[in-house]
Design a protein around this ligand. Sequence first.
Ligand code: HEC
Length: 123
Amino acid sequence: MVQGRILGGVLIGGALLLSGCSKPVPPAPTPQEALALRPADPRIASLYESACKACHSVAGTGAPLVHDHAAWDPRWKQGLPMLVDHVLQGYRGMPAGGQCLTCSPQDHQALIRFMADQPEPKP
Ligand code: HEC
């Protein structure tokens, strides 16, 4: 008779390594993902699709790509009012108003929040 002996096998069960580091910058969307992204609100979505999307959903236009945190986060730090001003007045490669004649400043805020992937503040 052979007697088996179990020598304590230890499973270091770390399938998930949750890092405690500061939040990593999420990867930029792929070209297909960037084209498919649209705001949840249907009215804002139609403004986005008729104006901002042409430039902001295509990499290489010089416009910060929709949901690309690496491109948006430094701009977001200027504050939303400054960003809205830049859209209204035009900013370097971007035409004044971002080609949206009917957008109100609130619409621009919503569009920028969407593109920068910054959620609405809690009421
Ligand atoms: C004709 C192309 C074009 C359209 C249309 C366009 N943008 Fe832009 N946008 C740009 C480019 C190019 C830049 C980058 C300018 C730079 O930093 O050189 C930019 C930058 C921005 C910025 C960052 C400004 C800053 O201070 O860094 C915001 C915010 C923005 N766009 C919002 C919008 C919104 C909202 C719309 C739709 C209403 C829109 N854009 C439509 C081309 C466009």
